[in-house]
Design a protein around this ligand. Structure first.
Ligand SMILES: Cc1cc2nc3c(=O)[nH]c(=O)nc-3n(C[C@H](O)[C@H](O)[C@H](O)COP(=O)(O)OP(=O)(O)OC[C@H]3O[C@@H](n4cnc5c(N)ncnc54)[C@H](O)[C@@H]3O)c2cc1C
Length: 452
């Protein structure tokens, strides 16, 4: 019998694959909900996302999952114009984010000398001083401080909420590192790698317009998965210990106040690193102590709904990212109702503000009143919003996003060592092989297949 631990998107993707193959399994999920970080809710006519707002169709597994769940016709792609219109906050001003080199020439985000250094980058022969270089030093070494501060930092903090001076370049922007390694240049190499990726996507039949949601939000994907595997799922089952003896895993868990135990020949862990670390220290001490080292940054989503006519900012846009130097309480904000109009009633706007991260972790511990005051005061000034907010909603993730920091290489080696010694134990989780929802789907799918 196979045990899947954790009912987030990683665990549910693995479960669906086993279900299709007719293999017996059970899934233990600590909470009464399902989907982990992927949760949406309907509030006063607005559709709000608690975690991810958009998912990328960038691999064959996520495409296949959507098709097999019968959801392809239900996909909602963003309004193209708004989706391509992105901004960065620089010295308190909202500046357009250039999406091609021509626009870069006119952009206030980059000086002429920075643009020159981008053009000269293929001739930059600098090499990493350390084997495990931080993302910030890597980008600064290749492209200079301005590209780092005004482009890369806003962009990566919008994804990882982490500190680019601690984040490992290899694990967070591997494409750029690969470009340097293979072609000696980010500029030259990135184009070649992107072209190859585009060809691969075409071969896999992946659509060009790649981010999506559904009418009821991303929860629809989770609900469809849940429908397929619900007979095998035990909700409210908190795993407390795993023991290993005679090639079998005994999993202790608590459910409805009762202590229970099950024996499994195979385990797929789709748990956060700290939760898995807690369970395995008695038989895999080395891996357990390494998993505890994975830092999780807190993240918080603040949803604001209001009358469209109350906002002076008139662009139809995707969002605004902030730089480290800005004195604002957010990492980034999304104009959900601009790129996904169905997320707000007619005549209304929905904004999701993402706060916290390495830059301002304390905000997650503030009261709702304090958070709302800080965030709404800032947005009123920045976007010229007047009048009342019809919807205010806050979702906190104290252990939000796992960080692939310098030193992750050793943690990964320890995970691989453990998996080599335990062929019947698999890990599918966002702290291993990628944090995006589509990475989680891919990895959940692949580990399940490896057991079929
Ligand atoms: C605010 C935010 C915004 C994001 N935005 C995006 C985005 O726009 N696009 C994107 O692609 N990705 C985004 N991500 C990342 C993505 O959502 C996550 O990486 C992904 O959903 C993680 O899935 P998972 O199944 O690996 O882990 P989780 O979703 O964390 O699931 C783990 C599950 O394990 C359960 N569990 C924990 N301990 C135990 C235990 N002891 N016993 C049993 N069960 C247990 C938990 O309850 C949970 O259900 C975002 C994340 C956050 C927090």
């Amino acid at each position: 019998m196979i045990a899947i631990l954790g009912g987030g998107i990683s665990g549910l993707s693995a479960a669906f694959e086993l279900k299709k193959a007719g293999i017996e399994f059970f899934l233990l999920e600590a909470t009464p909900a399902f989907g982990g970080k992927v949760q949406s809710s309907q509030k006063q006519g607005f559709t709000v996302e608690h975690g991810p707002n958009t998912v990328l169709i960038n691999n064959a597994e996520i495409k296949k999952l959507i098709e097999e769940l019968g959801l392809w016709e239900e996909l909602i792609f963003p309004e193209e114009k708004a989706s391509n219109n992105r901004f960065v906050l620089k010295n308190g001003k909202i500046e357009a984010f250039p999406n091609d080199f021509k626009k870069m020439l006119k952009s206030k985000l980059f000086s002429f000398s920075t643009l020159l250094s981008v053009l000269k980058e293929p001739f930059n022969s600098s090499a990493s001083a350390t084997e495990d270089e931080s993302l910030a030093t890597f980008v600064e070494r290749r492209l200079g401080k301005q590209i780092l501060d005004n482009f890369i930092i806003p962009f990566v903090t919008g994804i990882y909420a982490g500190d680019p001076y601690k984040m490992s370049a290899k694990y967070t922007m591997n494409m750029l590192m690969e470009a340097e390694e293979k072609y000696g240049s980010i500029v030259k190499g990135a184009f070649k790698i992107m072209k190859a990726k585009k060809l691969e996507n075409e071969k896999n039949g992946l659509p060009k317009q790649k981010i999506f949601t559904f009418k009821n939000g991303l929860q629809q994907l989770i609900a469809a998965l849940h429908e397929k595997v619900k007979e095998n799922v035990h909700w409210g089952a908190i795993c407390t210990k795993i023991e290993y003896a005679n090639k079998k895993y005994t999993i202790d868990f608590e459910q409805n106040g009762a202590q229970k135990s099950v024996i499994a020949s195979h385990v797929i862990s789709a748990l956060p690193a700290y939760a898995l670390a807690e369970l395995i220290h008695n038989f895999a001490f080395g891996l357990s102590s390494n998993l505890y080292k994975i830092n999780y940054e807190p993240a918080m989503a603040v949803h604001l709904g209001f009358d469209s006519k109350n906002m002076a900012f008139s662009e139809k846009a995707f969002g605004i990212l902030s730089r480290n130097a800005e004195k604002v309480p957010f990492l980034g904000l999304l104009f959900n109702s601009h790129f996904f109009p169905h997320t707000a009633p007619n005549g209304k706007d929905l904004i999701t503000v993402i706060c916290g991260g390495a830059r301002y972790p304390e905000i997650v511990d503030k009261s709702d009143e304090e958070v709302l005051e800080e965030v709404t005061d800032c947005l009123r000034e920045l976007l010229g919003i007047k009048g009342d907010f019809e919807l205010t909603n806050i979702v906190r993730w104290k252990m939000g996003i796992p960080q692939y920091e310098i030193g992750y290489r050793k943690i990964e080696a320890e995970i691989d060592l453990f998996l080599d010694a335990h062929h019947n134990f698999k890990i599918a989780s966002n702290f291993y092989k990628g944090i995006s929802v589509s990475d989680c789907v891919k990895n959940g799918n692949l580990v399940a297949k490896s057991l079929i």
